[in-house]
Design a protein around this ligand. Sequence first.
Ligand code: ATP
Ligand code: MG
Ligand code: MG
Ligand code: MG
Length: 465
Amino acid sequence: MTSDEIRETFLAFFEAHEHKRQRSGSLVPAAFDPSVLLTTAGMHPLKAYFMGLEAPPAPRLTSCQKCFRTPDIDNVGVTARHLTFFEMLGNFSLGDYFKQGAVEFAWDLTLNGFGFKPEDVWVTVFEGDPAMGIGADQEAIDAWLSVGVPRERIIECPASENFWWSGETGPCGPCSELYLDRGLEFGAEDDLPGGENERFLEFWNLVFMQFDQDEQKTLTPLPNQNIDTGMGLNRMAVILQGVETVFDTDQFVPLMDLGRELATVAEPEERSLRILADHTRGMTFLIADGVVPSSEDRGYVLRRLMRRAIQHGRRIGAPHGFLPRYVDVVLDTMGTAYPELHTEKERILKWVRAEEEGFGRTLEQGLGLLEQHLEKGDLDAAAAFQLHDTFGFPIEMTVEVAAEADVTVDEAGFKVLMDEQRLRSAGGAGAKGRVGGAADLVRGLSNKPTTFTGYEHLDQHTTVA
Ligand code: ATP
Ligand code: MG
Ligand code: MG
Ligand code: MG
């Protein structure tokens, strides 16, 4: 099954069961929702319905939502299953069916729609947590037993795995997840679902949205008992196309091929090729939804993604001006499903070219400086600050390159220097000027003042993982 067929199979199944099909919402969340920087799950655009703030167009909805998860950046190219940008398929019940109904639909579609063998599918449920005042989810266990899942393939897990929060505050609830046992070639005899192993691949999460969490972390029951599910389209493609990783699926093969074509080093690292494939998709979709590179919030996520891609492009020896080539392939593979990519093509290319030109110019010098420090085996706060301020290196990139040479960076010291700089620039006319240099050129492209707001603002809360 192609990715397009997986998407259509899912949406058509739920339409046939009276769900109203919704278009994907933007990657930029609605203005009323400050709980996340970017859309990380299918329920985000529907949040007002879950919270009872707005009436839903129908009690049953289904969608394929564009998602972006910043915390998964470091997993890209390392695990088989993580992307930053991915598509999430979902079915939603707003006060209509609850656990039993959600389990019955999930089991039917998994077996009869996607043809999984029942003996390969395992499920997890919430084991309960006395501190939260919630017991084991017996209702979910009973629902799985009722459709024929044997008790030994129903695993109870803690809140870290089986309680889902849509953000720091807002709708949340226990969840139940479906895993496929990919067999011993992917892991060990005693592996179980819910762990970090690659043998059991999590492909679908059924969230039983029944609470609203406030700032004090108090849970209050929502007006309705709701269902919110999320199935990873790209993970389904791994399974249904019989491949090992998301990078071997139909949406990614043309991007991986392009990387090999552009590479001039003898043996380009697989990880770099994967990071390039993922990040170029991510930047294309983010820009199409109106994000522009900057030093703050979601603009910083985009900038970090672009600069990391440019750095890995250099590692594989891609010629200057390579990013637009990736954008073209993303448009070829995704443009039919997401026509906004075509509408926004010129803007996407403009930002991508500008960033590659600006940062590409300072990258070599910055890496040279970084190299000198790494040889000494030490990277202090002042060096990290200089790399950031003069050469435009996101701190995460400095930390990552240093870690490869087993060197740790004084991140706390870096933050102090950044705070000092922020105070200076807030000081107006009397403030000391910045270091200046090539990074100003990069900065100038974004038309925004430089204020580093730090990694803590980049949270994309999902499960407490
Ligand atoms: P994992 O434990 O593998 O990180 P998760 O538990 O964080 O996944 P959920 O928050 O439950 O994921 O999201 C619902 C579904 O979305 C997952 O079951 C999976 O199929 C898909 N998904 C989640 N994160 C990613 C990602 N980074 N890349 C691709 N698909 C993802
Ligand atoms: Mg998980
Ligand atoms: Mg999950
Ligand atoms: Mg995760």
